[in-house]
Design a protein around this ligand. Structure first.
Ligand code: HEM
Ligand code: CU
Length: 551
């Protein structure tokens, strides 16, 4: 058995003997991706824990065991962790790192040392965020959007949270830069842009957003810090500033950031659907180009977050109009996925049922998004639980679910082992049922006027919160169970072959599973499309040692 990337690694400094230091200093893209995953999921569970604390408080009207101030801190902590520490780095940091270079036949990313530095910058950002819990007057209570003027006036430790977000933003920019250069420079010979796997397209479109949009939020956060310390009067109306300006600057980044989360997730969907339909993907070019156009349109629609903040009617109308356009390329992708499955040899393995489930949940998230794109509807639904349900359907039922789909899909590649299929499916159904029970009632509660960010409510909303609570218990059990199944699979699972799914893209044509340190034994020559199937069988076959085609 030849050595895998678990046995040996390249390090940023020297050749440490201890395994621990080898991991700390590793510049191998696969190991760095695993490190990101480990840290991110720890934070994910911390945020799930604060969410559960909120659901427990909301179980009945009136205060149960926390006061309003604590509740404000709980949802801020939940939102900041989920958004800045977990889902923005999310799929690019984990699967962009682990599989993107493998998919284009590269030995690593273009700048492996920068990749190492970026990971530690991310850790630094996380540490600053954590420190804000213990230093000063407690966690920020502003919500994850840090809206002025409240964030300028509250006594809580907003500054540190802003600095953390700034550092994390830097890490995001550097990741994007590294991936852009990698995709441009390190593709295997013969692999033109339109021969790249669709996940690589997703990462590519995302990387541009990371590079071009993140600096805007960086500057905004710096302005907020200056305002708070020196009172320079940018956002504070008492000093001639404009609080709505903060919202504009904030959403100019944060709306594209939503696509930064979802585009790589769509990329995962576009890998799984053809693999488990054993069919060439339908409309390859339209999927690829729709990622690019979503990334572009995403810059023009931030105003839909400000319908109720005071904007001219013309501005509102234009933003509403433009927002609808995002639905077009998104719809194109959905139709392409469904058309890919049509007359395919569908295999219902766990990654595929996650993908199919996500088509449902993300569609609900997307369609309810369209409803609040309409100005009149939004005036009614803004800051209600309808909106909370909408974004949880989109982010949790879209991005996070597809991340889970990807974890099942690439699990054999990363670990060389297989999880228990039946148990993994049970975990899926727990998650799927729990999730819908958790969030669907909130559309109704929000529609009837249950406001968000409130720790108390009128008795008529009780039933929705109670159903939601039961959903949360099932969902969180499902999450824990799923990670348990992964853990068991990794430690005790059966060994797999390099290509257990009969997939066609390059990351499945490695000499060993898990992959060796330097990935493919030879640089492959790519004179084929990414998803070539004939009669349900992959067309291109490789000799994994020489990387020569043998079909
Ligand atoms: C176990 C699953 C989850 C539960 C039970 C949950 C629950 C909640 C609750 C109760 C709120 C407060 C709503 C309000 O009063 O306005 C909330 C807010 C929020 N959640 Fe989640 N959530 C979960 C997962 C996620 C995930 C995966 C993300 C994103 C990756 C996320 C992002 C957010 C954001 C951004 C807010 C708004 C925070 C704010 O208003 O500042 N949540 N969630
Ligand atoms: Cu938006």
């Amino acid at each position: 058995m030849s050595k895998t990337y678990f046995d040996e690694t390249h390090c940023a400094i020297g050749h440490p003997k201890s395994t621990f230091m080898q991991w700390m200093l590793t510049i191998d893209h696969k190991r760095i991706g695993i490190m990101y995953a480990a840290v991110m999921f720890v934070f994910f569970f911390v945020a799930v824990f604060t969410a559960f604390a909120m659901r427990l408080e909301l179980f009945a009207p009136g205060g149960q065991y926390m006061d309003g101030d604590t509740f404000n801190q709980a949802f801020t902590l939940h939102g900041v962790i989920m958004i800045f520490l977990f889902i923005i780095p999310g799929i690019p940091a984990v699967f962009g790192n682990i599989v993107m270079p493998l998919m284009i036949g590269a030995k690593d990313v273009s700048f492996p040392r920068l990749n190492w530095f970026t990971f530690w910058l991310y850790i630094a950002g996380c540490c600053i965020a954590l420190a804000s819990l213990f230093i000063g007057e407690g966690v920020a209570d502003t919500g994850w959007t840090f809206y002025a003027p409240y964030s300028m006036n509250t006594g809580t430790n907003v500054i540190m949270a802003l600095v953390a977000a700034f550092v994390l933003g830097f890490a995001s920019i550097l990741t994007g830069l590294n991936f852009l250069v990698t995709i441009h420079r390190l593709r295997a010979p013969g692999m033109t842009f339109f021969k790249m796997p669709l996940f690589v397209w997703g990462i590519y479109a995302t990387a541009w957003i990371q590079l071009l949009a993140t600096p805007v939020v960086g500057i905004t956060l710096v302005l907020a810090i200056l305002e708070k310390y020196f009172g320079i009067g940018i956002f504070d109306p008492a000093k001639g500033g404009d609080p709505v300006l903060f919202q504009h600057l904030f959403w100019i980044y944060s709306h594209p950031a939503v696509y930064l989360m979802i585009l790589p997730a769509f990329g995962i969907m576009s890998e799984i659907i053809p693999t488990f339909s054993r069919k060439e993907v339908f409309g390859y070019r339209t999927i690829a180009l729709s990622s690019a156009s979503i990334a572009g349109i995403g810059y023009l629609v931030w105003g839909h977050h400000l319908y109720t903040s005071g904007m001219s009617d013309i501005a509102k109308t234009v933003f509403s109009f433009l927002t609808f356009f995002v639905a077009i390329p998104t719809g194109v992708k959905f139709y392409d996925w469904v058309a890919t499955m049509y007359q395919g040899k569908i295999v219902l393995s766990t990654p595929m049922i996650w993908a199919l489930g996500t088509i449902i949940t993300f569609a609900i998230g997307g369609i309810t998004g369209i409803t609040i794109t309409m100005i009149g509807m939004d005036v009614h639904l803004q800051d209600t639980y309808y909106t909370v349900a909408h974004f949880h359907y989109a982010i949790l039922g879209g991005v996070v679910f597809l991340m889970f789909a990807g974890m099942h899909y690439w699990f054999p590649l990363i670990t060389g082992k297989m999880y228990n299929e039946t148990k993994a499916k049970i975990a899926f159904y727990l998650n799927f049922i729990g999730f819908n029970l958790l969030w669907f009632p909130m559309f109704i509660a929000g529609y009837y006027g249950m406001p968000r960010r409130y720790f108390d409510y009128l008795p008529e909303f009780e039933i929705y919160h109670q159903i939601s609570f039961i959903g949360a218990v099932i969902f969180i059990s499902g999450l824990i169970y799923m990670f348990w199944v992964f853990f068991k699979g990794w430690t005790k699972g059966e060994a797999t072959t390099p290509n257990p799914w009969n997939a066609t893209t390059l990351e499945w044509h490695l000499p060993t599973s898990p992959p060796p340190l330097d990935n493919h034994s030879k640089v492959p020559y790519v004179d084929f499309d990414p998803y070539e199937y004939k009669h349900g069988e992959p067309v291109v076959k490789f000799n994994y040692e020489t990387m020569q085609r043998i079909d």
